[in-house]
Design a binder for this molecule. Structure first.
Ligand SMILES: Nc1nc2c(ncn2[C@@H]2O[C@H](COP(=O)(O)OP(=O)(O)OP(=O)(O)O)[C@@H](O)[C@H]2O)c(=O)[nH]1
Length: 405
């Protein structure tokens, strides 16, 4: 059970630290050296040299630079090489207190909880609980994507306990929180890093833009804070921007990033990354993959190939295959779980962008239907906006209650 700390209200309603923004999807900016000042007169003084830039010692063994396809621009290669030669040291960020997370969870789920609360309140104004009201409530819950089973469980509980009595919106939200927690409790399982695996290999999969790369960055940060040595593999070789985005996260967290120029073979890169992480005795290797729609057969074949190739180096790997689900995709997320599960053997879920939707209830329907572990949820783009999934916190927040109590 999560420890409830004092001072939450102050954090919830007062100021809270601005979350660290996610790195941009554009190429990271190369520091611009100051232009030498022109001398005021045409005197023959030498133009002052710009201050030398001190870089950490290069670690070439960490960062091999495999050849890229000929179409790669020199510009791009240079940018990538810069990352390899001079990885900046990790800047450890202070651990954030958990109360901060409750505030982010509540505000992230606000659209979902407001939507539910408003609908529930409108159903339960001046009414005794009768069959028509229960039907209306069931519709509201189904429209909120909670799934038919959970919607029925909630209305059944109310029918049994409160039929023909006055029922307030708050009573209903209490039942909602209890039923949602019942569904989510069994799937709220932490991602356990098995330390006997060196490295523990995590494969991150999902449709385009579902938040894989961002989630990898957030996870790398968490693992680095836990004192683990992390390596990242930029397996989304389709998009140069995705490689660069991962490299920014690598810089931020001090994790070396195995990358090849855009267009390179993703399974070859995965093979090299696993081999290298093994040779270096890394604790965790997180492999990014290109986003793919679950109905694109050839892309799903490619994903299967990546997995086969990883297994050549370590037959038990990947030790975790995490599917990132964008909550805003609503019902389509159900299909994604089904197909990625069949093709790639999903071991756990990360639901992102719960802050960008009023349909956070979809997580409940997914939990009920598939029973897959939900390890983390994301409620924003910042590095602090991803946390291990806790059933009661989520259930309370989605029902519009303070999750810290
Ligand atoms: N609001 C919000 N945005 C998020 C969250 N997680 C990720 N994002 C944003 O979603 C966008 C896509 O995230 P990426 O991490 O690039 O997604 P991806 O799955 O790697 O994308 P592809 O490389 O196209 O497959 C970025 O702008 C992220 O900042 C979240 O929890 N909340």
């Amino acid at each position: 059970m999560t420890e409830k700390k004092p001072g939450f209200f102050q954090r919830l309603f007062g100021t809270q630290p601005a979350p660290t923004p996610a790195p941009p999807k554009t190429r990271p900016e190369t520091p611009v050296e100051p232009a030498p000042q022109s001398p005021p007169t045409p005197a023959p003084e030498p133009v002052p040299e710009p201050a030398p830039v001190t870089l950490p010692e290069p670690k070439p063994a960490d960062h091999p630079m495999p050849p890229g396809p000929p179409e790669t621009t020199p510009d791009y290669i240079e940018a990538i090489e810069d990352q390899f030669v001079a990885p900046p040291p990790a800047v450890p960020e202070p651990a954030q207190p958990r109360q901060g997370w409750f505030a982010r969870l509540a505000s992230g789920l606000k659209r979902s909880s407001d939507n539910l609360s408003t609908s529930i309140t409108s159903v339960f104004t001046k009414r005794k609980l009768d069959a028509a009201t229960l039907d209306e409530l069931e519709d509201v819950l189904i429209q909120a994507d909670l799934g038919i089973d959970t919607a029925m469980a909630i209305t059944e509980t109310l029918r049994r306990d409160r039929f023909d009595k006055d029922v307030s919106g708050e009573d209903v939200r209490n039942v909602l929180a209890t039923e949602v927690e019942k569904v989510l409790g069994p799937v709220a399982r932490p991602l356990v890093i098995d330390t006997t695996k060196k490295p523990f290999i995590i494969l991150m999969i999902g449709v385009n833009g579902s938040g894989k790369t961002t989630t990898i960055g957030k996870l790398a940060q968490k693992f680095a804070r836990e004192g683990r040595s992390v390596m990242l593999a930029a397996g989304d070789t389709f998009r140069a921007a995705a490689i660069e985005q991962l490299q920014v996260w690598g810089q931020r967290t001090g994790a070396p990033v195995i990358a090849r120029p855009a267009g390179a073979d993703a399974s070859g890169l995965a093979f090299d990354a696993v081999t290298q992480a093994k040779a270096e005795g890394r604790d965790v290797l997180i492999i990014d993959t290109a986003g793919r729609l679950q109905n694109r057969d050839e892309l799903m074949n490619e994903l299967e190939k990546v997995i086969r190739v990883i297994k050549k180096v370590d037959p038990e790997a990947p030790h975790a295959t995490l599917l990132t689900l964008d909550a805003t995709t609503g019902q389509n997320a159900m299909k994604q779980v089904e197909i990625f599960g069949k093709r790639a053997g999903v071991t756990g879920l990360v639901m992102t962008k719960l802050d960008g939707t009023a349909r956070g209830g979809i997580l409940v329907a997914i939990a009920k239907t598939f029973g897959l572990p939900v390890h983390f949820i994301g409620v924003g783009e910042g590095v602090e906006d991803l946390e291990p999934f806790e059933a009661s916190d989520f259930a309370r927040a989605i029902a519009g209650f303070d999750p810290s109590r």
